[in-house]
Structures are given as C-alpha cells and as structure tokens.
Design a protein around this ligand. Structure first.
Ligand code: M6R
Length: 627
C-alpha cells in the first residue's frame, strides 16, 4: 500500500473521565477518582452533579488543586450522581470555560469527553443555525449541545447517545447525565478507553480502573463502538444501533495501595523502588520445572513463528528504547533480522511488511495512538502483531494477534521507569521463546539466560540500595545546563533513556549518543566541566569494554566531567572516572536492567531539587493518545 493510500486516522485527546451513581457523595468520589487519573492530563479539572434544581458544575483551569480550592469555597451539593474530567487541552486553550463538564444550552444535559470530534465545525454550524449558543471553543461542547438537542426532541438518554455517536466522526469516549433522570449515566466508547466499575449498589464509569479501585475490583471493559447505560444496580451494553453487545468482565489484580504514593514524595520514586518486584512478576511462571519457556498469552501457532523472516519492533519514547535494547538480544538469540522503529515514523513511510513479518509493539499504557495506528497498518499488510503491554484489556493488546503482559502494576508517574525494565524483560522472554521454537538456542542455553534473568531483581535491589550517591550527585549539578550520556551496544539505548528522563523531568538539554559516534561531530559540544554519563559494558566481552574506556579518555581530554557507571571490580575505568557508580556484575545483554536505574533516580532527584513536579512534568501526559 502506498503512503497516500493509508486510511484516515482517528485520534483522541488525553483526558481522564469518571462518572458515579450510588449512595456515596458523588462529587467526593469523582474528585478522588480524578486525582488518581490526573496523570492523563492536568490542564483543567471539573465535576458536575444533579441536584433537585438541575445540574451544578464546578470547573477550573490548572491542576486538581485549583478545583479543590474552588470546591472549598463553593462546594457542590451532596448527591448520588456525578461526573468529572481532567483535561489535556486540544481544541481550545486550558481555560475555565473550556474545562469539562459541558452543559447543553437548556441546562438539562452535562457531558464529559475524551477524544477529538473531527467534524465538530460542521455540527457546530448546524446547531448554530438552529439557534444554539456555544460558550466554549471545544469540540466537546458540540456533543453536549447535540445530545441536548436530541433529548429535547423527546428521545431517551441512551437512544439519544446512540444517535449522537452515529453523527460524530473521530474518536470519543463520552459520559452524560440528564437532569430529569437523576439515577442514570450513559456512556459511549470509540477508540479511547472506558471501563465500568461494578460495586455493590453503586456503579462507576472511568477511563482507568485506578479511578474506582478504592471501591471495587470488579470491572467490565467496554468494546469499540459501544454504549453503556448504568444505574446504581444495572448495566446495559449495546452497540451504536441499540443491539445488545458483548463486554468483558475482569478482576483488577492490584489494589488501592498500588495507586497511592505510600509515603514516597513522588509516584516516580515509588515506581523506581518497585522495579525488583515488577521485573520478578513479569518473569514469574514463564519457565516450567521441565525447563521449557511458556508464554500463555502468545496465541500465534509455533509453525507461524517458525516462518517469520523479519521482526519489526514498533514503539514510542521509553518503550522504543526498550525495543532498541531488545533488538540486540533478539537478533543474537534468534538470528532473525530485527528492525526497531518509532511508531509515528513507521506508520507513514510505507514499510516493507509481509505475512511473514512479525511486528512487536511495546506500550506501557496500551493506548498510545502512534503505536495503535502502526498496529492497524501492519495488520492490514497481513503481518502478525504481538503486543507487549502493561495494561490489561487496553486497546493495543485488544487489536493485536497476541499479547505478553508485563506485570509492573499501575505506572502513574508520567516518566516511565518500571515500565521500561519490565518491557525489556518481556522482550527477552519473547526472544528466548522464539529461539526455543526455532531451535536457534539449546535448551540449556535458554535455561542459563532465564536463570540469570531470574537473579536480576536482586541485582536491581542492590542498585537501589546504593542510590544515595546519585542523590548527592544531583545536588552538585543543580545549575548544569546540559548533560550528555554515552553507551555502546545495549548501553546506547540506556544512554538515550537517561537523556530522555532528564529532558522530561528536569527540563535540561540532554542527549544520548553511541560512545563511538561522538568523535564524528557531537564531541564539539564538550567543554570544560560538561557532565557526561558513560555506561561501561561488562569487562571481557569482545572489545566493547575497552572501546568505551578509550571513549571516556577522549571526552576527558577535552575537559568533560565523567560520571562512569561500571561493574564492580572493573578497575580499568577508575583512573578516568571523575565520579564512579558501581553496578552489580551481570552479562552484557542484561546490563540495561541495572544500569538504567541510577539514571532514572538522577533525573528524579535533580527535578525534585529544582522544585519541579516530577509526576506531572510540563506539557506531558501519561498516555499519548494523539498522533
Ligand atoms: O504507554 P506507552 O509505553 O506506549 O508510552 C510511550 C511513550 O509515550 C512513553 O514511554 C514516554 O516516552 C514516557 N513519558 C517516557 O518517560
């Protein structure tokens, strides 16, 4: 297929939505739920409830703290039904007026939205011609006004929602309530996530189970193009035409404590410290006592895996760097050519894909639009797609042929940490599994790698116990303007990841380079005192180690201040390290699992010292559901 023939793409904005109906104080449930979903967007927050006098709304630009302050001075009435929204702005700036919920002109319908309504201009013109006045610049208000218009014409709320969905183009998850029907919420889903929380005598709808995990672990995942009509005690799911539709009940395997900071200053710091357990859980149960590797969720027949002649790993950001690490291992173990590509580039360059191409996508959230579009494109070309994902039932695993779940638990800090380590571990499982199926490694070789992998959680723990040195280091670099990171082989993506963490959290110029590439240009950046982190490969693997030691000398000779990450007992680097951080001994391919950790902590500490919001860095959102 040529690039021009690529199908039109729908995108969705990145917001958190929640609705509640039941005996509790609805606005308290809603605002607490928003707090747990604030990672999805923090440009504004708002809530609405139904009172005997109609709909009551409070909304405020900025983080939830601003909404809290508004509610403290002007509380919402206590009722048993409410909706709430935390926004990452797309159409219309992050103002109070553009904040959700939006209310229909007659004040009867309140609506929240996650997505982008692509035909909003046409619909708005149509409604304006009918005399409807708009108060915001958002695409969302079109859905609220349209729903209000259909309901005013006599339609039932669920019928009206279905009629509206059939008129909307783009991506949307909507939740609405009707002031004249105060025990009921109606929600619709296309493309962005929506789960229903099933409590005892109470029901929740939300973008993420974290929003209601405090109250119930029973959930229902809605499918594409479905409408759910809920009261405190009933849940009815249909398609957009009103036909009964199948939805998927599931149990959330983690509890409230996983979605709370547990005494840490930041979720990110907590998540860094959770990495030994996250990696251990991801590896758990994958190796039988008989010595065979099993991947239960991998439902692609072995014969098809044997006929694979090319692997393309597709992902974004940190997940892309996990893919870069995986390439080295997968090619080494399987001897299949493996490319790694940034999802947004892959999608539009007309990649060469066939039925014997295996596309591996990596995504913590399972909702990243660029990665999702890459999957759709790959499957149109008949490639098989395996997703590596951390979020049960998210869109990416649902649209893939097979999935390997990482078991990191919820990752709430916007900067990915345990996501990265578990993605590397899951990719390694996949690589070893392919090697087993295709016979490119002996069973005892696979067992040896698995045994070393199984020991990495202890090694990561060892790194965590020596992080005080990193905290001291961060204090020393508080005024630094630029930091470079060098690595070779799997150390190169680790360098890139170290630089990304610093950019997104400490807002610093930071770049990662292959250590050998520096002399081809970037070494001109080095001046007296430039801090350069160098990831040194374990000793004794070909010439990698010695080459990196030479690269350290090159930058040091030009005045760089070297911060060297090298394994215990590596004395060759000592003379060239201004600061030396010791890593536990691991083999080359496993080194990213230990070497990334101090770099994560450095970024977290430096951003903390600079007074930045580590969990919610500026301009970012956790799931990037716009292309
Ligand atoms: O949810 P995903 O793994 O698909 O997200 C991919 C990237 O957006 C994500 O890794 C991003 O780069 C992080 N903020 C990095 O810390």
């Amino acid at each position: 297929m040529s690039v021009c023939a690529v199908k039109a793409i729908t995108v969705t904005s990145m917001c958190g939505i929640i609705g509640y109906v039941g005996p509790r104080v609805a606005h308290a449930v809603v605002v607490e739920g928003l707090r747990r979903m604030e990672y999805r967007g923090y440009d504004s927050a708002g809530a609405a409830v139904i009172t005997p006098d109609g709909i009551s709304v409070r909304k405020k630009a900025g983080k939830i703290g601003n909404l809290d302050a508004l509610l403290a001075s002007d509380p919402l009435p206590e009722t048993g039904i409410g909706i709430g929204h935390t926004r990452w702005a797309t159409h219309g700036g992050p103002t109070d007026t553009n904040a959700h919920p939006h209310v229909s002109a007659d004040g009867r319908i309140a609506l929240i939205h996650n997505g982008i309504i692509e035909n909003f201009a046409t619909l708005r013109a149509e409604l304006r011609a009918k005399g409807v006045e708009f108060s915001s610049e958002t695409d969302t208000e079109v859905a609220a006004q349209l729903l209000g218009d259909v309901v005013a014409g006599g339609a039932d709320l669920a019928d009206a929602m279905r009629a509206v969905c059939l008129r909307l183009e783009g991506a949307f998850t909507l939740v609405a309530m009707d002031a004249t029907d105060p025990g009921r919420l109606v929600a619709a889903r296309r493309n962005s996530p929506l789960v229903v929380g099933v409590g005892e005598g109470e029901t929740f709808v939300a973008s993420d189970v974290a929003a209601f995990i405090e109250f119930t672990r029973h959930a229902i995942e809605l499918g594409q193009d479905q409408v759910v009509d809920v009261t405190a005690t009933s849940i009815t799911v249909t398609d957009f035409f009103g036909n009964p539709a199948e939805s998927h009940p599931f149990e959330v395997t983690w509890d409230l404590s996983a979605a709370e900071k547990a005494g840490f200053d930041w979720f990110m710091r907590k998540e860094i410290f959770e990495q030994p357990r996250a990696v251990a859980d991801t590896l758990l149960g994958r190796f039988t006592p008989e010595g065979a590797l099993t991947l239960d969720e991998l439902r692609i027949p072995e014969a098809e895996l044997r006929s694979v002649d090319k692997i393309i790993i597709v992902a974004c950001g940190t997940a892309y760097y996990a893919g870069m690490v995986a390439k080295y291992a997968i090619e080494h173990w399987t001897r299949i050519a493996c490319e790694v590509e940034i999802a947004s580039e892959f999608r539009y360059r007309d990649p060469i894909i066939s039925g014997s191409t295996l596309v591996v996508t990596i995504s913590q959230s399972g909702e990243t639009a660029d990665t999702l579009m890459a999957i759709r494109h790959a499957r149109e070309q008949k490639a098989k797609v395996i997703a590596i994902c951390n979020t049960n039932g998210a869109t990416i695993p649902r649209e893939s042929d097979a999935v390997i779940y990482t078991h990191a638990g919820p990752e709430i800090g916007v900067a990915s940490t345990k996501g990265f380590l578990t993605q590397v571990a899951a990719c390694y499982l996949l690589g070893l599994y392919l090697a087993q199926v295709r016979g490119t490694m002996y069973g005892d070789e696979i067992a040896a790698v698995m045994s070393e992998l199984a020991s990495t959680p202890d090694k990561i723990q060892q790194v965590l116990e020596s992080l005080d040195q990193i905290t001291d280091l961060a204090a020393r670099f508080i005024d630094t303007k630029s930091v470079l990171f060098l690595g070779r082989h799997v150390g190169y993506p680790v360098a890139l990841e170290g630089a990304l963490k610093l950019k997104e959290l400490a807002y610093l110029h930071a770049e990662g380079f292959p250590a050998g590439e520096l002399k081809h240009g970037p070494i001109a950046l080095v001046e007296e005192g430039t801090p350069i982190f160098v990831v040194v490969p374990p000793q004794g693997r070909d010439q990698l180690h010695d080459k990196v030691v030479s690269n350290i000398q090159e930058v040091r000779a030009r005045g760089a201040l070297t911060i060297v990450l090298a394994e215990e007992g590596d004395d060759e680097v000592t003379p060239y390290a201004d600061i030396l951080f010791r890593l536990p001994k691991v083999s080359t391919l496993l080194q990213p699992l230990v070497a990334t950790v101090p770099l994560q902590m450095f970024a977290c500490d430096l951003a903390t010292l600079k007074g930045f919001d580590v969990d919610q860095p500026r301009n970012l959102a956790k799931s990037v559901t716009v292309e």
